[in-house]
Design a protein around this ligand. Structure first.
Ligand code: UDX
Length: 449
């Protein structure tokens, strides 16, 4: 099938490349000419395991092409996917500016029947507004005769395993206004899932809400566990044991029950905020989600205060090694990463930091440079980045684990102990065994245990 993918961000690039990988002809379109040029040369702007191989292979075999010319792509496509960003606006609402820019551009360029599929995460009702926008532009061009359908197919891929998630999805949700469009989309996606019952055709509004509901539910589980962790510490329970005990109940399941320093990334924080906003607007506020967000914001602060408490609230003259900066392992993405707030707060408190992340250092530097107090601390030499996870440990008063990269899972504790000034470990991701840490001579402070 012939497809245009508008937007070569995370979702667009992965979806476009994977649709090409399964034999479709895909044009990826973006207004960023420099990015398109790099992609043509096989340079991938994001770190995502396996994506470079898929992109290069499909470019070489001529199924995946990149362009800034929307018309060129549209003319040869039946499906037009919209996969541009919907960042949070001032009151938490999804900013739909890019989505409607694309809708207008489609209306201005199309000359034959299309199925316009929204993939960006958008509030309920937006797909129908996209339809209205395209229709208005067509009418303005005197091309009211042109027919098209709209659909909404949410994306559930996770950063760090996006290619695999796309190739082996748990389910495919297809929101359409009519059966014909649903059948065509089912056919397009039939390659990925052999079990028909894993494809859910539904109304456009239900599909739009499914995406928000799924992310909000996962975020709710995490915030619940984080609040439970704080309680565990007060009453002498271990949240990791409680997790195992409760997660083994098939009705609950074990995924997304890991207490830590809170969720980050480009989806959960934004989508929870957007659904809260939509709920308020509709007159049915999500009081649960308001709490989920509040707990998430508090959690990183709670961890920071736990570190401070060990030093009587005074971090001046203390030096810490930080392991991990990305919002989760296997990605260089630092958007809404709890680690960045912790870096800023520790520096504001007067500490000296040495940080190491396997791939996110560059993005962390850029994101942190925007915070004036951090920029000052960098000038004063109080924040340095190390080239490996042992180097940053030399002479520090404690190690703080912020992202659970596989590299950090089984480190050489003897070596670590010999490098550090004091054998103290703050584990923001509950990666280590408290008994072993204790017998290894470490003071071990984790989350909810
Ligand atoms: C998420 C959804 O999982 C995905 O389906 C959707 O398409 C996009 O948003 P992603 O943001 O890539 O994917 O990351 P995910 O693996 O879901 O983790 C999100 C955050 O939650 C991370 O900061 C992670 O550290 C945190 N998390 C996750 C926990 O704190 N505890 C958990 O048990 C699971």
């Amino acid at each position: 099938m012939r497809i245009s993918m508008i937007g070569t961000g995370y979702v667009g690039l992965v979806t476009g490349a994977c649709l090409a990988e399964t034999g479709n002809d895909v044009w990826c379109v973006d207004v960023d000419a420099a990015k398109i040029e790099e992609l043509r040369q096989g340079k991938i702007p994001i770190y995502e395991p396996g994506l470079d191989v898929v992109v290069r292979r499909n470019v070489e075999q001529g199924r995946l092409r990149f362009t800034t010319e929307l018309k060129e792509a549209l003319d040869s496509s039946l499906f037009v996917f919209i996969a541009v960003g919907t960042p949070p606006g001032d009151s938490g609402e999804a900013d739909l500016g890019h989505v409607f820019d694309v809708a207008r551009a489609i209306g201005a360029s199309m000359d034959s029947y299309k199925i316009v599929v929204a993939k960006s995460t958008i509030p309920v009702g937006t797909t129908m507004k996209i339809k209205e926008t395209i229709r208005n532009v067509l009418d303005g061009r005197g091309r009211g005769d042109l027919d098209f359908d709209v659909a909404f197919c949410p994306e559930f891929l996770k950063e760090g395993s996006a290619v695999e998630d796309f190739m082996k999805p748990d389910r495919i949700v297809i929101g359409t206004e009519n059966n014909r469009t649903a059948e065509l989309l089912k056919e397009l996606f039939s390659f990925f899932t052999f079990r028909e019952e894993r494809m859910f055709a539904m109304s456009v509004a239900s599909a739009e809400l499914t995406k928000y509901a799924a992310n909000a539910m996962l975020a709710t589980r995490i915030s619940f566990m984080n609040e439970l962790a704080r309680f565990c510490e007060r009453v002498g329970a271990d949240v990791t044991e409680v997790r195992r005990g409760m997660g083994s109940d098939g009705r609950i399941g074990s995924a997304f029950l890991y207490a830590g320093i809170g969720y980050g990334g480009s989806c959960f924080p934004k989508d929870v905020k957007a659904l809260i906003h939509s709920g308020r607007q509709a007159g049915t506020p999500f009081s649960i989600l308001e709490a989920v967000e509040a707990v998430n914001v508090e959690q990183r602060r709670w961890f920071f205060e736990k570190i401070g408490a060990r030093y009587g609230g005074d971090l001046k003259g203390k030096s810490f090694a930080l392991w991990g900066l990305s919002f989760k392992p296997n990605t260089d993405d630092v958007r809404e990463a709890p680690a960045l707030d912790l870096v800023a707060w520790l520096l504001d408190g007067g500490a000296t930091l040495r940080a190491y992340d396997p791939v996110a250092e560059g993005n962390a530097r850029k994101a942190l440079a925007g915070r004036p107090s951090v920029a000052r601390a960098i000038e004063e030499g109080r924040l340095r980045f190390g080239s490996d996870n042992y180097e940053v440990l030399e002479g520090v008063h404690a190690l703080i684990l912020l992202t659970e990269w596989p590299l950090f899972r089984k480190p050489d504790w003897e070596r670590i102990g010999s490098l550090m000034a004091e054998p103290v470990v703050f584990d923001g991701r509950n990666q280590y065994d408290p008994d072993r840490m204790k017998s290894g001579g470490f003071v071990y402070l984790a989350v909810g245990r």
